[in-house]
Design a protein. Structure first.
Length: 156
């Protein structure tokens, strides 16, 4: 059995769960959460897990989505504290992984495109002798050094 209570004041909107977040109750909690989260609010959203006695895998996934939607998970006791810590850590890891992936792609792009830009620039400079294209090597080298510094900073 699962009890869902919504409490709101000027500063917070609380989505309070009590009981077992498992089996068919996960679907009910998800319906209530989608309705609750769809309403525009100025308050901070909190999911209160203090009264939760058990969470299965589907319930854990739902709590992860709630956290990803911006809700702050709170709870007391070793079970809920460990669960909240695990969900928050997983969220941080996936955020870092995404950032590393994007920076890796940027670094790879710069490493493969910069030599082509330099070659194209040298050819164009020889043909046109224009001053407009002279910033390209400086721009790419400064962008490469910036990406390199960011890349090194992620792995310290």
């Amino acid at each position: 059995m699962l009890r869902i209570t919504i409490q709101e004041d000027e500063r917070t909107a609380a989505f309070k769960l009590e009981g077992k977040l498992a089996n068919e109750w996960v679907a009910e909690a998800q319906k209530a959460w989608l309705e609750f989260a769809s309403l525009p609010r100025q308050q901070r959203i909190v999911v209160d897990l203090c009264g939760v006695s058990f969470v299965d895998d589907a319930g854990r996934d739902l709590l992860g989505r709630m956290h990803a939607d911006g809700a702050r998970l709170i709870g007391t006791g070793p079970m809920s504290s460990a669960l909240i810590e695990e969900i928050c850590e997983q969220s941080r890891r996936s955020g870092r992984s995404w950032t590393r992936s994007i920076l890796g792609l940027l670094f790879l792009l710069l490493a493969t495109v910069a030599p082509r830009i330099d070659a194209a620039h040298n050819s164009a400079r020889r043909r046109l002798a224009g001053q407009l294209l002279e910033f390209v090597p400086e721009w790419t080298s400064s962008l490469q050094s910036c990406a390199t510094d960011l890349w090194k900073g992620l792995f310290r």
